[in-house]
Design a protein around this ligand. Structure first.
Ligand SMILES: NC(=O)c1ccc[n+]([C@@H]2O[C@H](COP(=O)([O-])OP(=O)(O)OC[C@H]3O[C@@H](n4cnc5c(N)ncnc54)[C@H](O)[C@@H]3O)[C@@H](O)[C@H]2O)c1
Length: 429
């Protein structure tokens, strides 16, 4: 099938590359000329395991990038919308990118012969596909949804860091559409995937995505809260998590206590569901607490450090900047308030991350020093703080530290293997 994907960020580019790998001819559309150039040169503009290899194998025959949305839509049968839906100040989502894209696609549909399917993959609050997307497409094209073109909502559940694997091996695929012809077009794309396809209406599909992320965020805030209690009781929250996670009704997933959840999805999606719930007269008390607990967690890291050392003037090496391992993404990373807090209190911060250094420089500028390797950071710091669970930080030779404290916010360091000169302090264990 000929497919266009508008918005080539973490979701759009992975979707485009994987669909190309599955045999489709895919055109990526973006407004970012740098991304277009990098993709067309056969490389990935973002770090995601396995993505670069797929892109280099697919460009130019099966995969290409362009700023020309009109041509991409005219030359394809299906268009996926994968642009960002960031939070506004009040927690609601900013639909301006989705709106721009719908207006452009609608204008092209007015000139296009034949049935075209528009698939919303961006995360949008319940009601958006039916009320906002479809109405804009109809208005701009002068055509009717369901007859002249089709609309579907197909939320994406991939996790950054393992996005390619998740896209190709999903637990389930959710397709929200009220129209049989659109459903059969999406069957042509997803029919061979080895998982259940949940067919529903667009509003339910939108709600499934928000409830999924809100539930996972709730599990994380729950275990972080439990971890804070465990620390006071002298109990290791990881032992507790193992003990409860073996209960199949609970499962061990998302029970790793740490500095709080971040990324471009969980904080934004929980906030958007809270906002939507309030708008329709709901009282999302639990979800509001999930956000509060999460916003408190970076402060817990700072409290722990403050309880052991004088932060002002201390040379603190931070291992890990990305919001989680496997990605260069720093959006909403808990590492940001923690490092800003340390700098504000007068610490001299050195930082290292295997993938997120370029993004970190855009955020912290010259307020911190960037180490060229984890080893160099260990040797040059007086105390070390582990914030991201990169595999390579598990294997580091911490005997290279000068001494001082090793603060571990991810429980990745084996404290029994540390030399005597290093004092270990876990966040909630
Ligand atoms: N990142 C994730 O892990 C993840 C997972 C599931 C769902 N989502 C959702 O998917 C959507 C996209 O997220 P992302 O992380 O890939 O975003 P992103 O910010 O990485 O990428 C968005 C892309 O859209 C492009 N863009 C913006 N306006 C455009 C326009 N008018 N025309 C063409 N391109 C345009 C931007 O240049 C950018 O490349 C969001 O709604 C997000 O909530 C994200």
């Amino acid at each position: 099938m000929n497919i266009s994907v508008v918005g080539t960020g973490y979701v759009g580019l992975v979707t485009a590359a994987c669909l190309a790998k599955l045999g489709h001819k895919v055109s990526c559309v973006d407004v970012d000329e740098d991304k277009i150039r990098i993709i067309n040169s056969g490389e990935s503009p973002i770090y995601e395991a396995g993505l670069g290899e797929i892109i280099s194998g697919m460009v130019p025959e099966k995969l290409s990038a362009t700023a020309n949305l009109e041509k991409a839509v005219l030359d394809s049968e299906v268009t996926f919308i994968c642009v960002g839906t960031p939070s506004k100040k009040d927690g609601s989502i900013d639909l301006s990118h989705v709106g721009d894209v719908c207006r452009s696609i609608g204008a092209v549909l007015s000139k296009k012969n034949g049935f075209h399917v528009v698939v919303v993959k961006s995360t949008v609050v319940p009601g958006t596909t039916d009320c906002f997307v479809t109405q804009l497409l109809e208005k701009m094209s002068g055509k009717k949804s369901g007859g002249d073109f089709g609309v579907a909502m197909n939320p994406e559940f991939l996790r950054e860091g393992v996005a390619v694997k998740d896209f190709l091996n999903p637990d389930r695929i959710v397709v929200g559409t009220s129209d049989e012809r659109t459903r059969s077009v999406l069957d042509g794309i997803y029919g061979d995937f080895d998982c259940k396809i949940v067919y529903t209406d667009p509003t339910t599909a939108e709600m499934i995505k928000y409830v999924c992320n809100s539930f996972l965020a709730t599990k994380l805030s729950f275990i972080n809260e439990v971890g804070n209690i465990c620390k006071k009781l002298g109990v290791d929250v990881y032992d507790v998590a193992e003990g409860i996670g073996l209960d199949h009704r609970i499962s061990p997933a998302f029970l790793k206590a740490g500095p709080g959840f971040g990324g471009s999805c969980f904080p934004k999606d929980v906030l958007a569901l809270i906002k939507k719930a309030r708008e329709v007269g709901g009282e999302p008390l639990l979800l509001e607490r999930v956000i509060e607990v999460n916003e408190r967690q970076p402060k817990k890291v700072l409290e722990l450090i403050r309880s052991k050392i004088t932060i002002s003037g201390a040379k603190i090496g931070v291992l890990g900047l990305a919001f989680k391992a496997g990605t260069d993404d720093m959006r909403q990373s808990p590492t940001i308030p923690i490092i800003e807090g340390l700098v504000k209190e007068g610490a001299i911060v050195l930082a290292y991350d295997p993938q997120a250094m370029d993004n970190a420089k855009k955020i912290f500028g010259e307020n911190i020093t960037y180490s060229t390797s984890a080893e160099e950071l260990l040797e040059e710091s007086e105390n070390v703080l582990v914030l991201t669970e990169w595999g390579e930080f598990r294997k580091l030779d911490y005997s290279r530290m000068r001494g001082g404290y090793l603060f571990d916010a991810r429980k990745i360091v084996d404290k029994d293997s540390l030399p005597k000169k290093v004092k270990y302090e876990g966040l909630s264990w």
